[in-house]
Design a protein. Structure first.
Length: 80
């Protein structure tokens, strides 16, 4: 699908299900990569990600649950 409302650095402003996305935080990925991930996610998706960053902030808006695994205890304390 073509995600309507491409703004900012090329980040779509809507999930596949039409839910609006705050795209002020854009993953450090190509536009094609962002589109590919959005195509895989829906409102019932439950995701586990190793590490965290702007992709977690951005893509988590499109899913039921986004879980982050952080292996660095100091970084974990910083993001809590």
């Amino acid at each position: 699908p073509n995600h309507a409302g491409v703004q900012g650095r090329g980040c779509p402003s809507a999930c596949d299900n039409g839910r609006r996305l705050d795209n002020s935080v854009c993953p450090h990925m190509s536009s094609e990569g962002i589109e590919a991930v959005l195509d895989l996610l829906d409102g019932n998706s439950e995701v586990w990600e190793w590490g965290e960053g702007s992709s977690a902030v951005y893509f988590s808006q499109c899913v039921k649950e986004w879980n982050i695994i952080v292996s660095d205890p100091e970084h974990c304390r910083d993001i809590q």
